[in-house]
Design a protein around this ligand. Structure first.
Ligand SMILES: [Zn+2]
Length: 436
């Protein structure tokens, strides 16, 4: 692909934050090869590495919501569905999607506007795909078990050289996911919902057994992972609380906020149960294990992106704030702190020249007041009281009590620096200068 501009850092987090979040119980977690991800939830959006065209779509400011996203097995294989500001539905397809998954949208779009607006294209590994609109579907390359279920759920089902197509007996497809190890999930309205797990997916199966199917809102399985063990399940949010979930990014631990219903309890001692936040806010923390620095330097996607715009993960400040709060509480609870949290993992948005020496100074925090401002905006309640409360966590004397004696003095200094940075924001409250 021709590169118009040299590497340039463009911050998409503001564009993501400007989108309208999905409605209650609506999710889309799209896993791509390497570390590529796009997540849309009722709490906002986050992404790691986006196709260039999608990136431009987001920056153009015409999109109201991203309803659906899916990544195939190469850099140009992706399909996004947008709800635009004017209420219309639009799609963005990469040039590398399988031919069959391209014909169907073309056919549907020319048939009727209504059909086009219910179009879904879900891409998988090895050029597999399922596309559907209303009761019509086409598919290619999905596993035998999932194929059989489609057959039983359909009144018409025709195979040809390019794949299969058919018409569902009732309803439409609400949610589908699959992996080549023969794990899959298929939900067809109230008519059918099932998850099957392949032989290599014990962790997925165990997670599934802890869920109450009727409560389930969404299932995603990463089709590009090695063993089918990267997945996300969300239950429906109850009584205005944040939803329970189970998720895992291979090879990391399962992160769960579900009461264990298996007996005996989990065979997987590595399950991290995410507690509910002490202030009553039930924290949406599914991104916990997303940014632990797995390297995919040899991945084709990554190479593509090195030439492109987006070099660091950009997150919705709301999500970044929640993530930082949970991590920091966990750290304080564990005590014996030996290293200061890397705050750039949560927010690293400011590119002002004036700030770069401070941000590059290894004795400092890695972030500036603009970054902290942006992170704190994610609290949804940016005011003097919130700043004061957050600042208190970093009072050097208080913080030092949580630190290992060998590192206490160094860590105290860092806490002091952060305490001072909060002070800078407090002086400027109600609002400092916005990030350029
Ligand atoms: Zn700055």
């Amino acid at each position: 692909m021709a590169i118009d501009n040299p590497a340039r850092l463009v911050d998409v987090s503001a564009a993501l934050a400007a989108l309208e979040p999905l409605g209650a119980h609506q999710y889309c977690i799209a896993f791509g090869p390497g570390s590529m991800q796009f997540c849309a939830t009722p709490n906002g959006y986050s992404t790691i590495h986006l196709p260039r065209k999608v990136f431009r779509d987001l920056l153009a400011g015409q999109i109201k919501k991203v309803l659906h996203a899916s990544f195939g097995n190469n850099a140009n294989s992706y399909f996004f569905t947008y709800e635009m500001q004017d209420g219309t539905i639009a799609h963005r397809a990469g040039s590398g999607i399988p031919a069959g998954s391209r014909c169907f949208p073309d056919r549907i779009s020319s048939a009727s506007k209504e059909r086009a607006s219910s179009l879904h294209v879900q891409l998988g590994a090895n050029r597999s795909y399922v596309a559907w609109s209303g009761s019509l579907w086409v598919c290619h390359g999905i596993s035998g078990g999932l194929r059989a279920v489609r057959h039983h759920s359909s009144s018409i089902d025709i195979d040809d050289a390019n794949g299969s197509e058919g018409v569902l007996l009732s309803g439409t497809i609400d949610n589908m996911a699959w992996h080549n190890d023969s794990s899959w999930y298929f939900k067809n309205g109230n008519a059918y919902a099932e998850l099957r797990t392949g032989s290599g997916a014990e962790v997925l199966r165990e997670a599934w057994h802890n869920l109450i199917p009727e409560n389930l809102a969404y299932v995603a399985i990463n089709p590009h992972s090695l063993t089918g063990g990267t997945f996300a399940f969300f239950e429906k949010a109850q009584d205005g609380c944040e939803p329970n979930f189970v998720l895992r990014f291979e090879p990391e631990d399962v992160v769960s906020r579900l009461p264990s219903r298996s007996n005996p309890p989990s065979i997987h001692s590595q399950v991290i149960n995410v507690p509910k936040n002490s202030e009553g806010l039930q924290v949406f923390q599914w991104a916990a294990s997303k940014y632990t620095g797995r390297s995919h330097a040899r991945d084709a996607w990554e190479l593509e992106l090195k030439k492109g715009e987006q070099m660091i993960p950009h997150v919705d400040p709301r999500e970044a704030y929640v993530r930082s709060t949970v991590d920091i509480e966990k750290m304080l609870k564990a005590g014996n702190i030996r290293t200061f949290p890397d705050l750039t993992r949560y927010m690293n948005a400011c590119t002002k020249d004036a700030c770069s020496p401070q941000k590059a100074d290894p004795h400092h925090l890695g972030i500036c007041s603009h970054d902290l401002y942006k992170l704190m905006q994610g609290s949804g309640d940016y005011c003097l009281d919130t700043l004061k409360m957050e600042r208190n966590k970093w009072h050097p004397d208080r913080f030092a009590r949580y630190c290992h004696s060998d590192d206490r003095e160094t860590l105290r200094e860092k806490a002091q620096a952060l305490f001072v940075l909060f002070g800078v924001l407090m002086e400027k409250t109600p609002a400092p200068e916005p990030v350029a």
